[in-house]
Design a protein around this ligand. Structure first.
Ligand code: ADP
Length: 413
């Protein structure tokens, strides 16, 4: 479509006075450039880009052939000039020399005459680097007028700068997230390994003591050694679990009885429970307790919830029973609810809102990672986890898992 400016628009520009418009208009005389292009066309030059390939100063010389005829006040302001008289006769509108924008623009002008849209980085009259968006304003008469081509010009420097800053900020955030993930991961490994490592050390010391007695207590020593074996395979499971989480592998999905797992964890934590002078009770009225899940991960959830309950009860006065009650119920068809109740001080409202957040802790030595691990494990198994206070005393943290044996119940992440 022809682009040259109509006389009406031109007359309006002539009369343009300072206004609040941020859109600049400029009328350019491109006839000198067009004559030069005609000469090249006659010489059989098909592509200006190819022709200018080994002539580094040609592009800049071509822009010298474009002359400003008229401009509105906004355009003068955009370029940082004082009046349009300062601009008339020269080419202040040109991409920075040596940039591909110069050749791109000239190639476009070579092919389509003054029909041109694009974004140029230019130098203003006051020396500022500007990014301008140019658009050819079509001519109503429909005849190309290379001697009076009208362009609209918008200053998008700030916009482009913000875009650049935004993209730099996004990159920085992505990097920080990666560092954060590594931090979270190491903290989670440290947190999860803490309990079995302590158990390992204590059981080894106990086994040594039983065997060093004058009359070695082999039965007790064997019991300690069995616990050592159980703890070390838990450590292997935890490390494997972290590996799978990182690599998004879920090779350990199996069907198992969650009630059996609860009982297994209760005996696994026997020593911790004893040291806390607590007791543990498991109750169930559930009909269906078979789940299709990663056993190691669900074991980890149970351990975290029980250990939290034990820690909460260390603040108790002598009157309240130091008791953890784990109940396994079928909440609805196809769902099993495992709830871990303690008889500690309960959970403050402000804590309830944030306790599943990563790194949220109210404990002096806490890492604030246990519950966030529990939540991600349960949610990966298409379950849900909640915390609330028991109306009588203590806290309840409970989670629901689907009892289906359908493998699709597990969400690959
Ligand atoms: P940490 O145990 O390292 O603090 P968690 O993510 O396991 O990290 O727990 C986060 C916070 O939730 C705890 O610091 C505590 O304030 C609260 N919380 C968790 N379990 C209980 C509970 N059984 N009773 C009271 N508060 C609890």
């Amino acid at each position: 479509m022809p682009i040259a400016v109509s006389n009406t628009v031109s007359r309006n520009l002539d009369r343009s006075e300072p206004s609040n418009s941020s859109v600049g208009f400029v009328v350019l005389d491109m006839s000198d450039l067009d004559r030069y292009f005609d000469e090249l066309r006659e010489l059989g030059v098909g592509s200006f880009r190819d022709y200018a390939f080994d002539k580094p100063s040609l592009a800049d010389m071509c822009f010298d052939r474009i002359h400003t005829v008229d401009a509105n006040h906004a355009f003068v302001q955009i370029l940082g000039g004082r009046s349009k008289e300062e601009l008339v006769g020269y080419t202040h509108l040109r991409p920075l020399p040596g940039t591909s924008q110069q050749i791109d623009a000239l190639e476009s002008l070579y092919v389509y005459k003054c029909q041109f849209d694009g974004t140029w980085e230019v130098e203003g009259i006051d020396g500022r680097r500007l990014i301008l968006m140019l658009g050819a304003v079509p001519n109503v008469e429909g005849t190309p007028q290379v001697d009076r081509a009208l362009f609209s010009v918008m200053d998008v420097t700030e916009h482009e700068r913000t875009k650049k800053q935004l993209s730099a900020a996004e990159n920085a955030l992505a990097k920080a997230n990666r560092v954060g993930v590594i931090g979270t991961l190491s903290a989670s490994i440290a947190h999860e390994l803490n309990q079995p490592m302590t158990a390992l050390r204590m059981d080894s010391q106990a086994a040594e003591r039983w065997l060093l007695r004058e009359k070695p207590e082999t039965d007790e020593a064997i019991a300690s050694i069995r616990r050592i074996i159980a703890s070390s395979s838990r450590i292997t499971d935890i490390v494997q679990g972290v590996r799978e989480t990182v690599l998004h592998e879920h090779s350990n999905i199996e069907s198992f009885d969650v009630l059996e797992l609860v009982n297994e964890v209760a005996s696994l934590l026997e020593r911790d429970i004893m040291l806390s002078r607590a007791q543990i009770r498991v109750s169930s009225t559930a009909q269906r307790t078979s789940v299709h899940a990663d056993k190691g991960e669900i074991r980890q959830v149970l351990v975290n919830l029980i250990v939290n309950g034990l820690q909460a009860m260390t603040q108790l006065s002598g009157q309240t029973p130091c008791l953890i009650v784990i109940s396994v119920q079928n909440q609805s068809a196809g769902e099993v609810l495992i709830s871990v109740r303690d008889h500690g001080p309960g959970i403050a409202i402000s804590v309830l809102e944030r306790m599943f957040d990563t790194f949220f802790t109210t404990k002096r030595e806490g890492m604030g990672i246990g519950l966030s691990i529990c939540r991600s494990i349960v949610e990966r198994h298409n379950g849900q986890i909640y915390a609330r206070n028991h109306p009588a005393a203590g806290a309840i943290v409970e989670f629901v898992l689907p009892t289906t044996t359908d493998e699709s119940s597990f969400t690959e992440t």
